[in-house]
Design a protein around this ligand. Structure first.
Ligand code: ATR
Length: 286
């Protein structure tokens, strides 16, 4: 057993995650657990890649035969120009978080939005069809989530953002796929009062600013789902307030697990051992 606990030999296939910074990443422990659990001979490393070394890294993927790479901040946009092919979802989102190296052909995917939706369906609300959904925030994370939600036949997706123009741009990008609109001012309160699901995609409430909330949870209906992409803390102020209100709550850890699960499935063709992956990440958080 090496540091990863996986057997490493001359057959071991290399995987990894790139970011800048990267040392906080929980992906290596989660993915090495997934390989161990499934008996796949893989090893997953974290690589600290500076923005000006991205092209060198793309060449290294091919030269070293790295089979799969996760891509995190700040490289999700800039990595796209090194791909041989970009999946339709990643194109619509405008960002790549997962690379599959298919015999030297680099294919870019985005598993963040679909990972979030899988987590929401598994952990909070299995049926998104016919639901009224409010999304707070209009940045990169929000875009992936709106893309994935739009495919689930919701009645409506209402986007609210501090900078209203960004919410309007995002709504316009997906308005042909689903009923998506932007709201400003009192529009958010009205939308929350009607909503079945309210999702925070902003960083408001993230450690160490745990006393902040992006929205007044008192606006939500009892029984509605309050969902937060943040997983540090596991329960944000938004979720704690909403829980007191009688809402069902859904934290952000599942999104992290399932974005990794999809990447694992794209790389290996096997279903990901989600429970084991979650257990390992939870252990590492305490
Ligand atoms: P990410 O990839 O995490 O979505 P991003 O693209 O930088 O990161 O987007 C951050 C989101 O959080 C945006 O919706 C941002 O609002 P603006 O577009 O108005 O900047 C939102 N956000 C960040 N800090 C915020 C704050 N203090 N109050 C309200 N919204 C905030």
């Amino acid at each position: 057993h090496g540091i990863t606990g996986n057997r490493i030999d001359s057959q071991t296939v290399l995987y990894g995650v790139i970011g800048d910074p990267i040392r906080h990443s929980k992906s290596p422990i989660m993915m090495n657990r997934a390989f161990r659990e499934t008996g796949i001979n893989g090893a997953y490393m974290a690589f600290h890649i500076a923005p000006d070394k991205l092209g060198d890294f793309a060449a290294a993927i091919r030269a070293m035969g790295i089979r799969g790479v996760n891509v995190t901040i700040p490289h999700k946009l800039d990595i796209m120009k090194y791909m041989d092919e970009i999946d339709a979802g990643a194109q619509a989102i405008g960002a790549v978080n997962t690379i599959v190296n298919d015999n030297g052909r680099l294919i870019g995917y985005n598993t963040d939005g679909i990972g979030y939706v899988r987590s929401l369906k598994e952990e909070a609300e299995p049926n998104l069809a016919g639901k009224r959904i409010v999304v707070i925030g209009a940045g990169g994370a929000s875009r992936g989530i709106v893309y994935a939600l739009a495919g689930e036949q919701p009645v409506s997706i209402t986007i609210a953002n501090r900078s209203v123009e960004r919410a309007e741009e995002l709504a316009a990008a997906f308005e042909t796929v689903a009923e998506v609109r932007a709201v400003a001012g009192d529009g958010l309160k009205a939308a929350c009062e009607e909503a079945d699901i309210v999702i925070n995609t902003t960083s408001v409430g993230m450690h160490p600013h745990v006393d902040a909330s992006p929205v007044d949870a008192a606006w939500l209906k009892p029984g509605a789902v309050a969902s937060d992409l943040i997983y540090n803390p596991l329960r944000t102020k938004f979720l704690l307030d909403a829980q007191k209100q009688g809402c069902r709550v859904h934290g952000g850890l599942g999104m992290f697990i399932y974005q990794g699960a999809y990447a694992f499935e794209y790389w290996t063709g096997q279903s990901a051992p989600v429970a084991a992956m979650r257990e390992t990440v939870l252990q590492s958080l305490v």
